[in-house]
Design a binder for this molecule. Structure first.
Ligand code: DOR
Length: 446
């Protein structure tokens, strides 16, 4: 036992790649250097994790932080503070900013803002469309880039790659996994009247119906297959799509969100109106059950939050002029722990979907596992703590959550980022210290 440890976590129940063990964790230089019976050893700081489970920090591979250009909705400072309060140590941010993230300069602008203000580690997706398709094999390799993201159906902002020839051009340029929002734009346009004539957001899953999602998912699966390109389909919302995706697990990976797993239509729209409006929509309970079945049988690879805040004033506009999206980065882990306590998934599967899964599908370097040599990104959770999610707890600029008033069992008690305690008992500590996430696919020669 060396006396050079910066932090020693003792008495916790630790989720290692081999399963749950009673062990201490030694941390130095931001990395895990030892796991085992270490108590009694010298360290600059000791954290007694008695009664707590020590999990890898959550990696949320879908958030919208709106910088540059749309900071009135959310910014990197607020979004990453919300992340660490919710046990999330790394985020991947989406390219439907203003200007759209389509080039090296905009990516660099985001990295520069994050270098000053980010509380969590981070990477940024490059948007893919007709303008930049032929440059993507270079753009996807820029440091700090999480890969390419395309929107097949329009959502917030103007980023769109709706036609097969454009999508094929995106898939032909580059090698990393391409992330896809799969809703069929032509069908959305043809059904727009349903939204325009509607009296409330209850019509949202009717306008953007299951068939709109199924058509796009079928198209992207075929295009990925034709190109031999790895694709990640985001926020799958229907049981029908899971049946399609089950046939393509060698090439296609799958995300579900806590919104789709926790809420159901029509109840969520009756209660929350446009505050429950997102794309693709939350659907009825039979689809929610289909998504849980896909969590159980392994079709789903990762949980993402699709954290997409809009202001209260914007959400109060009459549907369909109300924008789509809800905050979620801070509430995912508490909701998941509650789902675990309700018997919907095991703690092992929870960790598989919040950290091991993102690491595996995005080839993240040195994060996502509690293992010697890995970054000491950890969340210490009390599985039995009973808490209430409230708007007051939310660190997002928007100041609201669709889960206000929801009582949960299970809560993140501390978040550790590269060996530094950044949140303890809901209090954010120190200064922003987030760094870009590194990827095996774009590792530079030394
Ligand atoms: O509901 C959504 N909101 N879905 C998206 O795909 C985008 C997001 C946003 O940026 O607001």
């Amino acid at each position: 036992m060396s006396d050079t440890l910066d932090l020693l976590i003792i008495n916790g129940r630790v989720m290692t790649p081999g399963g749950l063990v009673e062990a201490d964790i030694g941390i130095a230089g931001g990395k895990i250097v030892s796991i085992g019976a270490l108590s009694g050893g010298a360290a600059a700081e000791t954290f007694d994790a008695k009664g707590l489970h020590v999990l890898p920090g959550v990696i949320d591979s879908q958030v919208h932080f709106r910088e540059p250009g749309l900071e009135h909705k959310e910014d990197i400072a607020h979004g990453t503070k919300a992340a660490i309060k919710g046990g999330v140590t790394s985020i991947f941010e989406m390219p439907n900013t203003s200007p759209l993230t389509l080039d090296a300069a905009t990516l660099q602008q985001k990295l520069d803002i994050a270098a000053e203000t980010a509380w969590s580690d981070h990477a940024f997706f490059m948007g893919g469309n007709h303008e930049n398709a032929d440059q993507l094999s270079v753009l996807e390799k820029l440091p700090g880039c999480a890969g390419v993201k395309i929107f097949m159906g329009s959502s917030t902002g103007t980023l769109l790659a709706k036609d097969d020839d454009v999508i094929a051009a995106v898939l032909a340029n580059g090698n990393r996994r391409v992330s896809v929002h799969a809703e069929d734009e032509d069908r959305l346009i043809s059904r727009q009247g349903i939204a325009t004539d509607a009296e409330s957001a209850e019509a949202h899953p009717d306008w953007r119906d299951v068939e709109s999602a199924v058509r796009a998912t079928k198209r992207i699966v075929k295009l990925a297959r034709d190109a031999g390109r790895r694709v990640h389909v985001l926020h799958i919302s229907s049981a029908d799509e899971m049946d399609i995706l089950a046939e393509h697990k060698d090439l296609i990976t799958v995300e579900v969100t806590l919104n789709h797993l926790t809420m159901a239509a029509p109840e969520c729209y009756e209660r929350l109106g446009a505050f429950a409006q997102m794309n693709p929509p939350v659907r009825d309970a039979s689809h929610r059950e289909g998504l849980w079945a896909a969590v159980r049988n392994g079709i789903v690879d990762v949980f993402g939050s699709d954290h997409a805040p809009h202001t209260i004033e914007e959400k109060e506009r009459p549907y369909p002029s109300s924008p789509s999206g809800m905050p979620g980065v801070q509430t995912s882990l508490p909701l998941l722990l509650d789902h675990m306590n309700a018997g919907r998934l095991s703690l092992e599967r929870l960790v598989d979907l919040t950290s091991h899964g993102p690491q595996r599908i995005f080839n993240i370097a040195g994060k996502g596992r509690i293992a010697v040599g890995y970054d000491a990104d950890l969340v210490l959770v009390d599985l039995a703590a009973k808490r209430e999610i409230t708007d007051e707890w939310i660190a997002s600029k928007c100041g609201w959550t669709p889960f206000d008033g929801v009582k949960v069992t299970g809560w993140p008690m501390a978040t550790i980022l590269r060996g530094k305690i950044v949140v303890r008992d809901d209090e954010v500590l120190g200064e922003p210290s987030g760094k870009p996430v590194r990827f095996v696919d774009i590792m530079e020669p030394a």
